[in-house]
Structures are given as C-alpha cells and as structure tokens.
Design a protein around this ligand. Sequence first.
Ligand code: SF4
Ligand code: MSK
Length: 651
Amino acid sequence: MKKPEERSSDNASIRMLNHVLECDLSTLWDRHEGMEPQCGFGSLGICCRICMMGPCRVDPFGDGPSEGICGATHDIIAARNLVRMIAAGAAAHSDHGRDVAHTLMMAAEDESCDYQVKDEKKLGALAAELGVETEGRSYREIAKDVAEIAFSQFGQQHGELVFTRRAPDDQVKRWRAAGVVPRGVDREIVEIMHRTTMGVDNDHENIMRQGVRAALGDGWGGSMIATDLSDVLFNAPVWLRSRANLGILKSDQVNIIVHGHEPNLSEMIVAASQDRELVELAREKGASGITLGGICCTANEILMRHGIPVAGNFLQQELALATGVVDAMVVDVQCVFPSLGKLAKCFHTEIISTSPKAKFPFATHVEFTEEKAFQTAKEIVRRAIDKFPQRDAASICVPDETTPLVAGFTAENIFQMLGGHYRRSYRPLNDAIMTGRLRGAAAVVGCNNPKHLHDYGHVAMTKELIANDVLVVTTGCTAVADAKAGLLRPEAAEEYAGAGLREICRAVGAPPVLHLGSCVDISRILVVLSNMVAEGGLGESIADLPVAGAAPEWMSEKAISIGFYVVASGVYTVLGTPLPVQGAPGLREFLTGGIEKLYGGKFAFEADPIKAAHMMIDHIDAKRAALGLGGPMYEVPYASKTSEQVVEAAG
Ligand code: SF4
Ligand code: MSK
C-alpha cells in the first residue's frame, strides 16, 4: 500500500490520509490500488461492447484477433468509444447550461421568484450581442428573450450556434471547411450516439469529426451559455480574496460543504447559510456560527462570486468527511463519489442529494426545485444545524492548513487587471507577449486522478510555466490545487515567476496564475483567446497565438469534451493521462498529428508535468518564431530549441 506522501502532495491531504489509516477507513486510493492492474484493453481503448455479438477485445500486439466479430478494427473501436465519452461530457456541461437557462427564464417571468437578474450590465451586453431589442423594454422582457435564445441553442436543427460568432473568422472558416460548426447542442450529441451504434460510421477520422462538432457545441454552446447566464443571474465575478483547504472547516461551527457543479443550488445555500434566523438557531445549538465551504466546481462558483472559501478539490471529498466536523455535505451533479454515503455512516455527517438526476446510496434526498429554492436551501441548512450536537469529539481531526488566494477573473475583467486603470484593453497583454516580457500564456485545467500524485502535476507544471514567464490561467480542480499551493497570491510572482511575468504582476498587483472559475468557465478562456486575436498583432486565429493548454491529472469524460473543443479551437493541448487511443495507432496518429491541419491544434500525452511544461513552452516558442517575434526578454530557466534559434536569428 502506498504511503500518504505517495498518494498526495498536499499537506492537509497527507495529514488526513494518515488519520483515515489510523481510523481504518478506506478511500478511493485504496480502491484504486485494489483495482490494479487495471484492464489493459479498456486503457488502450480497444474493448467494444456496442452490440451483443460482443463484447469484443482486439489484440494490441498482433498475436490475437485484429478485428471484432463485425470486422471493426482497433481504430474504429477506439474512435467509437472515445466519441461516446465526448457525448457524455458535452451532455453534462450542456445540461448544466440548460438548467441555468431555465432559471433565467423563471427569473424573467416571475417577479416573486427567489432568483432575480443581478447583473443588468452583463444582461445588456449579452442582449446587444444576440440582437435582442433593449430600447424602452424592462430588464425582465430582455432577460426572457435572452433565455429563449439560449434555449433555442440546445434544440436547434439547422444553422450555426450563435456564440461561435465569438471565435475569430479564421477559426470559423476552418470549422466550416471541415463541416464541424455545431448546429444545435443536443443534435450533435444525438448524432454521435447514432453514428457509433453498430454498423453506422466506420471511418475513425469521420467519427472524430462528429466528436469535434459535439465538443464545439459544448465549449461554444452549452458551457458558454452556463457561464454567461450564471453571470447574468448571480453577478459576473470580481477579483476577491479568500482561502483554500480543509482548514477552513471550523470545529466550533456548523460546517456545510456544497459539492458538485450547478450554481442554482449553491447560490441559495450561500444565502440560507447567512440567514439571520438560521445563524441564531446554530448558536442555540452551541455553535459559534455557520461555515460554508465548497468542493469541486461548485466551490469555484461560490468562490468566484462570493469569496466563499474552498474546502478542497476532487480527491479531497472523502477526506473532508473524515475530519468529523462536516455536519452536512450537499451534493447535486457530477464528480460526486457514490462512496460518500457509506463513509458518512462512520460519522454524524448527513449526505444530502438534491437533484432528481442524481441520487446516492445512504444519502438523504431533499429535492431542490428552482420554484421553492430558498425554502429548500433553508431546510437543508436547518438539517445541518440539527446534526451539529451529534458530533463525536473523539473522531475529529481538522488539519490546520489554509492558504490565502485571489480569484474572480473573467474575460471582461482580465484586461482591466492587466491593462491597469488607464489602458482597459487587451493591448497591454498582447504588447507584453510581443515584446517578450511575457513568453506566452497557458491554460492549466482539469481534475485529479489517483493515477497521479494528488495535485503534484498541477502545481509542478504551473510553477515551471510561470518561472519561464508564461502567464497561467486556470479553472476547476487545478485552480484549487494552485490555490492550496499559494500560487493564486500576488506574492507568488515574487517567489516563483520569471523576471518578465514578475514585472507585470508587480505593476498591476495580480497573481501570476489567474483563476477563471469552474470547468464550464473554460468558455471564458475561449473568449480571452478570441479577444487576443481581435486585439491584433498576434496572428489571425487562435492557432497562431503563443499559447498552450494542459490537463495534467484529468479523469472525467467532461475533460475529454473540453480537450476536443480546445484543440479544435486551435490550442496545442498536453494531457497527463493519454486518451484511451493507445491501442489504435491510426487514431492516435490522427489526434496527435493530422488533426492539426484541420483545426490548428492537436493533442500530446505526457505524464511528467515538467516535461509536459517544456513541450508547451517549445510550442509557445515555435508560435513566437512563426509570428516573427523574438525570444523572451529576460533570461529564463528553460530555453527551448526554438528559443535558441530565435535568439540566434535575432543576432
Ligand atoms: Fe464486437 Fe462489432 Fe459488436 Fe463491437 S460492434 S461488440 S466490435 S461485434
Ligand atoms: S470538478 S470535472 S473533477 S475539474 Fe469540475 Fe474537478 Fe474535473 Fe470534476
């Protein structure tokens, strides 16, 4: 069995892993080790169970069968499996977007609804972009039209998703040439399921074309709708300070953790946890107050808009329960372990499921409906308060670890931060890249995965990038890992950044790693990239920009969908765990090579985060050279081959 330090690089998690060992509790790390060796056919992507003539497994070494019973080859089998994963990931993000659109519609139609439009400025900007008439109309009428347009994007059968207009013309031309501009979010997902059923699409590149189309429907459709309409309803984020890690839980307070993804629920829990009557009730039960913390992306949603502290990321969900001070863990959808209910039985903690789409063993189900949102949120908080006196003092272990952070960046406010008060545009960012003060930018995003040392990949890669004057933007569980490691503090620029990035951070007071929100907020990164192209001087398309992406510890089907829409938007993307295509040479070759000709981006696979960071920097330097830009302004620790050539060429 691996030691705690071999499972996590995060001090609070190591402390908790020691504690769960002492208490003889099992976590996902134990289950992961018990599962080894994992199925090679599944890992390589060459097991097919699409029809019941099978399941079929084709041999990766050429000794056994080279075709399934129907004649499907390695490439066909792996491509079908992979696009079905894209379909699931895109569906998850997009269903989230649909729920937010539903909430906006309710807020528009019902004055007494618990949800109301909070950001009229963002609503106005969105209305103008979508061609919604605003003159002489109430914000409710405008919001209703915006919500209608958002709804239409899911079921649309023809045409192009409206937010694809945000992409640079050159990128859209590539999509049109490849026939992958998404028509409707749902349509592209359904077509994947049709094309991959037995005996339909049997050309791996053609199968992947539909995968790209559905993924673009996620990034430039469902996820973008989720982000923009959440901003309208709950306010666009602003920069704020908060803290991260399990030490935010307080032994003398009622502790509630919200875990999952959709802000419809978490926003109401935030309001209910601050309700005066409920805080008073908590005091009557002997607590000094109510602490709310988040796990996974719902943590990022309430951090970005309210500064609510983050309890942890994906692999910390069981460790949070093991502290013995979580009175209720409230979950909705996505990334929630089915193991939580069983583990919670060892403590006084109540696991409360809330979505009709997601029920869990040993959880109490309190169905959350937008129609009775605040009332239900109060009921949930009350349940947590009732649990407080039942804690077992002997089983309490709260690691004394929290780290300060700055979060709350968006495509709209990032340039204000980087441009300062007097240059509110993307010009300073582009200028910094053109002069070499910034070498480029990178998005480091994604989950945790027990196949990797918890958080190490995120943090090591991010430190290597910023040391080399690459500005990092982050979302999801990477953002939480970086927060815990102190990389979201402005002071981190002094401690870890190269001289060029440090100068910029000093001038504007920004951290060297900018937290842009949850996984659906990767759509904000697409808008940032489009704005950089529109600002001028860095090429005609996203594919020309000196930028790269990475997901060092990804695990989710959603991450596959994200990877595909990012690559198809022109970004070179390095994954810490390979896509399940290693047993399919033609498909692997296409995704790491040929796909670039179509869209400008491609995948690479590298488990070592430092090597992966260097691959990203090599790519960034190659893009700089292609734009005719010089090398980095200051000496940097990693000089890529390209940067040496650039320096030589510059004399
Ligand atoms: Fe086997 Fe073909 Fe059926 Fe897949 S679709 S299970 S490869 S027979
Ligand atoms: S929560 S999808 S583990 S980033 Fe978005 Fe974290 Fe990955 Fe879930």
